[in-house]
Design a protein around this ligand. Structure first.
Ligand SMILES: *Cc1c(COP(=O)(O)O)cnc(C)c1O
Length: 353
C-alpha cells in the first residue's frame, strides 16, 4: 500500500465551469491551461474543455503536445517565444503567439515565411509586466503589416486590478483608445474581468482560475459565483493520540494543549503541496466534519484537532481542500491565493480523474 494522499479531478465540474464562463461572455473562450492546467493535468483538462475555442499556455513544448494529441483549436503562447529558433515551430504547428517586445518583433521579421502566423499583440496599459507601450503600437502594427509572414493580429491587454474595487476603468480606457484605430479582434478578460466587467469581454475571453472552480475575488465565494470545485485533495489519519495539558505538537512546539485533547496525524505535508504557512486553525475535514490544523505543517505530515470528532480513528478520511472545503478558504488561512495551492500540487501525489 502507498501513502493515502490523493488528488481527484472532477472533469464534469470543469465542464460545468466552462458553461458558467459562457453564461457571462458570448466571446470565444481561450481556456488558460498554463502551469499544467493550474496543476490539474494539461491533457485531461484540455480533453474535458474540448468545446473551448482555444487554449493558452506558456511552454511551446506543451503547445506541441496539445497539437500532437489532435487539438485543432487556436493554441496561444501567452509570453510568445523566447528564442529565434522557436519561430519556425510556430508555423509548423500552427501556434498563435503573443508578441510583447521589440526583440520578438525583430526575430519574427527575420523569419522568411509568407502569410502564415497569427499574432496577439500585447499592449501594456498599466500592468507593466509585458507589452508594448500604447505610443509604440502604431509603428509595431505598421511593421507587422509590412512583414508578410503575419496573417492576422489580435490586440490584447491584461488587467492588474480586475478583482479589486478600483477595477479596470483606467486600463480599459487606455486600451480602447489605442485599439480604436484598428479592426483587429480584441482580448482583455481574465476570470475576474469576465465575472465583474461585462463591458470588457472583447472577442476572446481568457478564463483560468474560474474554470478550476475557484473564486478570483477575496470577498466572493466560488459557490456564490456558481462554480464547482474541480480538485479535491484527500488523505487519511495515520495516527491518533491524546495530548495532555501543556503538551505540544510538531516542530517548534508551536501548538500547546490547554487541556487534554485528542489529535490526529494526517499523511499530507508541504512536500505534497500543502502550504507550510497554514497556521494553527486552518480548516480541514475529518470524517466529513470540519476541524482545524494544529501547529506547524511538516514535510510529510500535519496535525489536526479531533476534540469534536469522537469517531475519528486511523484510516479516517481527511479532505485538505476541494469538495466540502473550498480551496479558497485554505489559501486565505495560509496567507495566499488558491492559484498558488493548485499549481503547487506535488508530483508525488497520485491524481485520478
Ligand atoms: C493567467 C492568465 C489569465 C488567466 O487568469 P485567471 O485569473 O486565472 O482567470 C489570463 N490572461 C493572461 C495573460 C494570463 O497570464
Amino acid at each position: 500500500m502507498s501513502r493515502p494522499i490523493r488528488a481527484h479531478i472532477n472533469l464534469s465540474a470543469l465542464k460545468h465551469n466552462l458553461r458558467v464562463v459562457r453564461r457571462h461572455a458570448s466571446a470565444k473562450v481561450m481556456a488558460v491551461v498554463k502551469a499544467n492546467a493550474y496543476g490539474h493535468g494539461l491533457l485531461r483538462v484540455a480533453e474535458a474543455l474540448r468545446d473551448a475555442e482555444g487554449f493558452a499556455l506558456l511552454d511551446i513544448r506543451d503547445a506541441i503536445i496539445l497539437r500532437d494529441a489532435g487539438f485543432r483549436q487556436t493554441i496561444l503562447l501567452l509570453e510568445g517565444f523566447f528564442t529565434q529558433e522557436e519561430v519556425p515551430l510556430l508555423a509548423e504547428y500552427e501556434l498563435t503567439t503573443v508578441v510583447h517586445n521589440h526583440q520578438q518583433l525583430a526575430w519574427l521579421e527575420a523569419y522568411p515565411r509568407k502569410n502564415g502566423l497569427s499574432v496577439w499583440l500585447k499592449i501594456n496599459t498599466g500592468m507593466n509586466r509585458l507589452g508594448f507601450m500604447p505610443a509604440d503600437v502604431p509603428a509595431v502594427m505598421e511593421r507587422l503589416k509590412s512583414y508578410r509572414g503575419v496573417r492576422d493580429v489580435t490586440l490584447m491587454t491584461h488587467f492588474a486590478q480586475a478583482d479589486e474595487a478600483v477595477g479596470i476603468a483606467k486600463q480599459l480606457e487606455v486600451f480602447n483608445h489605442v485599439a480604436a484605430s484598428y479592426h483587429a479582434p480584441r482580448s482583455l478578460a481574465n476570470s475576474a474581468t469576465i465575472l465583474r466587467h461585462p463591458d470588457a469581454q472583447g472577442d476572446w475571453v481568457r478564463p483560468g482560475i474560474m474554470l478550476y472552480g475557484s473564486s478570483p475575488f477575496a470577498d466572493v465565494s466560488a459557490q456564490a459565483l456558481g462554480l464547482q470545485a474541480v480538485e479535491t485533495l484527500s488523505s487519511e489519519l495515520i495516527s491518533v493520540r491524546e495530548l495532555r495539558r501543556g503538551e505540544c505538537v510538531g516542530y517548534g512546539a508551536s501548538f500547546r494543549a490547554e487541556n487534554t485533547m485528542r489529535i490526529g496525524t494526517v499523511a499530507c505535508g508541504y512536500a505534497d503541496g500543502y502550504p507550510r504557512h497554514a497556521a494553527t486553525g486552518t480548516p480541514i475535514l475529518v470524517n466529513g466534519k470540519r476541524t482545524r490544523t494544529l501547529g506547524r505543517v511538516s514535510m510529510d505530515m500535519l496535525a489536526v484537532d479531533l476534540s469534536d470528532i469522537s469517531d475519528a480513528q486511523i484510516g479516517s478520511p481527511v479532505v485538505l481542500w476541494g469538495e466540502g472545503l473550498p480551496v479558497d478558504e485554505v489559501a486565505s488561512a495560509a496567507g495566499t491565493i488558491s492559484y498558488e495551492l493548485l499549481c503547487a500540487l506535488a508530483q508525488r501525489v497520485p491524481v485520478s480523474y
